[in-house]
Write a protein that binds this ligand. Structure first.
Ligand code: FAD
Ligand code: PYC
Length: 414
């Protein structure tokens, strides 16, 4: 086991946070790789990392059309939890949550995992039943959650108003080992570890075509030229449909914007994460003191990575009854990311109709929490042709009617 000290972590963090990452030199692509991963978001980087670490496959390139972590990975609100209903979901999200617990040591990079606890408020009778059912399912799955009373909610979150006239707090699904992590540190930590293994992370390199010999993938066309590979992993979130189209098949994915905003920094006032799904809002406090706030997804499909004023208004208006103190906060920043939604709100980790081409997408509004588990499963699938964690998440389940319905656990309105 590598030794590291708090000082070493701080020094590493400073090196990245002061702009070292902006000077990351993308190497020129080689002519051929054993595996190419398209997309240097968290899921793509984690896939490459576990290909090297778990399966010894290190002649790997990660191709990114923008900059590493610049997609949803660097735009998300970092909630980590594994309180899903269905067994295959609980397995992969809990695997991911448990890998987050030791990620800083594993990568020797401080990802600031903070298991401060996540609660999902029940504000209707219907939600009480739903969350009690999830707590029972989680008990059988070995995921530690419990349904707690309104009084316990108030003890854990003193700033909450549990007696709202329209949306009283009737209880909550509580996962004490859920929490948050620093999103860009997760991307940079995996990136550095991949680079240390000799992998190439090539930024400003957009994949523009998938090349095949018959039905077998042989490489990609990119804005930096042709590159050959034995295996291709496509991990591009909201652009998955575009890549599938290049390879000649269709995916059941819709791309929509999900927005978030942060307030000015204030003194520590809330040390857990709260999601209020009936009112379509959620909130946590960052280490800098900003209140991190998000709402539901936009109601129409698009590829515009932007926020909008009407969305701020809707989200904040919804949350103000439950958190009256936010009515006096100044908002600082707002942004959007393009999330890849499937019909059953569960991901796709799958072989494709093209031999040796694999796809990982459909994490929708909730994939940050899954990054290590997803990378673990995708790497296993690419290396061995199968992975127990990924078995149920094939793209063919939509044709077979074997949905993994997680519309409640997804936790964000869409
Ligand atoms: P991305 O990080 O988007 O990476 C995909 C990469 O592929 C991008 O960098 C893109 O540039 C690249 N790419 C695309 N096309 C090409 C191409 N042709 N060639 C090369 N590269 C290409 N999840 C949670 O679990 N908890 C949360 O609290 C949470 N909050 C969220 C809040 C917001 C506002 C948003 C937008 C999302 C949120 N999510 C959350 C969801 C989460 O961010 C995503 O599910 C996750 O980050 C997806 O990671 P990824 O690696 O698949 O995608
Ligand atoms: O999946 O927990 C989640 C989430 C919260 C906000 C966006 N996604």
């Amino acid at each position: 086991m590598r030794r590291y000290s708090a000082f070493a972590i701080a020094r590493e963090g400073a090196r990245y946070h002061t702009g070292w990452e902006r000077a990351w030199k993308s190497p020129a692509p080689k002519k051929r790789y054993d595996a190419i991963i398209v997309g240097a978001g968290g899921h793509g980087l984690a896939t490459a990392y576990y290909l090297g670490k778990n399966h010894g496959i290190k002649n790997v390139a990660i191709l990114e059309k923008g900059w590493l972590g610049g997609g949803n990975t660097g735009r998300n609100t970092t909630i980590i939890r594994s309180n899903y209903l269905q067994d295959p979901s609980a397995a992969i999200y809990e695997k991911a949550r448990s890998l987050y617990e030791t990620m800083s040591q594993d990568l020797n990079y401080n990802v600031m995992f903070s298991p401060r606890g996540v609660m999902m408020l029940a504000q209707t009778e219907h939600e009480i039943r739903g969350y009690e059912r999830t707590a029972h399912a989680n008990a059988l799955q070995g995921v530690a959650t419990e349904f707690i009373s309104p009084q316990r909610v108030k003890e854990l979150v003193p700033i909450i108003n549990i007696h709202g006239p329209r949306y009283p707090v009737l209880g909550a699904l509580w996962q004490p080992r859920g929490g948050t992590a620093r999103h860009d540190a997760v991307a940079w930590g995996y990136a550095r570890a991949c680079s240390d293994m000799g992998m190439d992370i090539i930024q400003q390199c957009e994949v523009t075509g998938v090349r095949r010999d018959g039905n077998k993938v042989i490489g990609v066309d990119t804005t930096k030229g042709k590159i050959d590979c034995d295996k291709l992993g496509v991990v591009v979130a909201g652009h998955s449909g575009v890549l599938a189209d290049m390879a000649g098949f269709r995916l059941p994915i819709e791309s929509v914007a999900l927005q978030a905003l942060v307030s000015e920094p204030i003194k520590p006032c809330m040390d857990v994460v709260v999601m209020a799904n009936t009112v379509h809002g959620y909130m946590s406090q960052s280490d800098k003191g900003e209140m991190v706030i998000g709402g539901g997804a936009d109601g129409y499909n698009n590829y515009t990575q932007r926020g909008s004023f009407h969305h701020i208004e809707e989200t904040v208006r919804a949350l103000v009854e439950t958190f009256p103190m936010i009515s006096r906060l100044k908002m600082l920043r707002q942004w959007g990311g393009i999330v890849d939604m499937t019909g059953d709100r569960s991901p796709i980790i799958s072989r494709t109709p093209v031999e040796n081409m694999f796809i990982n997408c459909g994490w929708g509004t909730g994939g940050f929490k899954a990054i290590p588990g997803s990378g673990w499963a995708m790497a296993e699938l690419m290396a061995k042709g199968e992975s127990p964690l990924a078995d149920e998440f094939t793209m063919w389940r939509f044709g077979e009617g074997k949905f993994i319905d997680e519309s409640v656990a997804a936790g964000v309105a869409h």
